[in-house]
Ligand binder design. Structure first.
Ligand SMILES: Cc1cc2nc3c(=O)[nH]c(=O)nc-3n(C[C@H](O)[C@H](O)[C@H](O)COP(=O)(O)O)c2cc1C
Length: 356
């Protein structure tokens, strides 16, 4: 695990990262996660126009809220947060100026169709490394053994193997592969397969269904070098979601039953550009139940638009507002600060597994 400390000297082990959740993970949240010894990722998705604002916000938080925390980085220019893109929609040329200016410690790529992974991720990896002199490391989130192999073995010749792979199991909240495995089999199989193909040391981060220190400890046992949580951070005071969304996260339990993988949440909101192999996991709601009963998309979309007018009341039993969340949602019971979540989860894991 020493590689992690080399590239991200401020972190404490075991490494806990916050997922780059579009609209929810802001510069404020990312800075707080990193200041607590994790790595916070800003969720930019396909909204490069927000990149400058969010990176500036993170910078400001290090100068104010976290000014007493020593954030050791590999070079003084590096900003100790990451930033995540959804590459089916993100524009590389539009993103590069802010990346060059702020030099985030990591850029996270996700969400393209298998057949364009090499060309799209390859271009991002090469250009991001060029403009930051290699100071910004590139993470790619994948959801299968085949995609992990594709990102390593097949990227080797073009010198664009990612610095880190995030392995996303199907329990994950938000978007991911429609068909995949849970992290308990995905992580060790990827680890073994990559080792057999000449990549024994590529850092692997576990994601999907991890909500507390037990999940962190289990992931380390499976071969992970660190973990990523999204759903847990939805119940965080610095996360930019509505009270209705947060209430629904706190209400939902038994996540294997109360959440479902579906494309209906994208269709009612008009986000139809996701590649075919992806859907998204969210808490079941009326849009989903009506679709199951045969409601056409047009009618479902109209009802969703009307529901938006209800504000926070649009979430909850009988509601239609989307609540992306993973199967670990039932373990999320209280709202805490990002610092509390990172420290508490890390300490819980350390108690289970000796880690230094
Ligand atoms: C509300 C929400 C939004 C998400 N948005 C993104 C995103 O914009 N980009 C991305 O790469 N992953 C996104 N994800 C998926 C995460 O990267 C990660 O795989 C997932 O949160 C891990 O599973 P967990 O939610 O069970 O912790 C999102 C997840 C959630 C819950």
């Amino acid at each position: 695990m020493s590689f992690l400390k080399k590239d991200y000297p401020w972190i404490q082990l075991p490494l806990i990262t916050c997922a780059p959740m579009l609209f929810a993970a802001t510069g404020e949240l990312a800075a707080a996660v990193s200041a607590a010894g994790g790595i916070g990722f800003i969720g930019i998705g396909f909204k490069e126009e927000d990149l400058e604002t969010q990176l500036s916000q993170a910078t400001r938080h290090f100068q104010t809220t976290h000014k007493d925390v020593k954030m050791a980085t590999t070079s003084p220019e590096v900003l100790p947060v990451g930033v995540g893109f959804l590459n089916w929609g993100a524009n590389l040329d539009a993103a590069l100026p802010a990346i060059k200016k702020h030099v985030p410690a990591a850029v996270w790529l996700f969400g393209v169709a298998k057949e364009t992974m090499i060309s799209v991720y390859g271009s991002w990896i090469t250009r991001v490394r060029e403009v930051t002199g290699g100071c910004t490391k590139v993470w790619v989130q994948v959801g299968s053994v085949a995609d992990a192999l594709h990102m390593t073995v097949d990227m080797k010749d073009s010198n664009s193997v990612p610095d880190v792979l995030v392995l996303q199991g199907v329990d994950a909240g938000g978007h991911g592969l429609k068909h995949g495995a849970g992290i308990i089999t995905l992580m060790p199989e990827v680890r073994d397969t990559l080792a057999s193909k000449g990549f024994p040391d590529i850092p692997l981060i576990a994601a999907g269904g991890i909500s507390d220190g037990r999940g962190v400890a289990a992931s380390l046992c499976l071969g992970a070098d660190g973990i990523c949580m999204g759903t847990r951070f939805l119940a965080c005071s610095q996360t930019a979601i509505t009270q209705g969304y947060r209430n629904e996260i706190l209400r939902a339990s038994d996540g294997g039953r109360s959440t479902v993988r579906s494309t209906v949440y994208d269709r009612v909101r008009g986000y139809v550009e996701w590649p075919e192999e992806y859907d998204g996991r969210g808490v079941t709601n009326q849009s989903y139940f009506d679709e199951q009963k045969g409601m056409e998309d047009e009618e479902n979309r109209k009802l969703y638009e009307a529901e938006k007018q209800k504000g926070d009341a649009g979430w909850g039993v009988g509601g239609r507002m989307t609540t992306y969340a993973g199967t670990g949602v039932g373990l999320v019971k209280t709202v805490e600060s990002a610092e509390e979540i990172v420290r508490k989860t890390r300490e819980e894991a350390k108690k289970i597994i000796k880690c230094d």
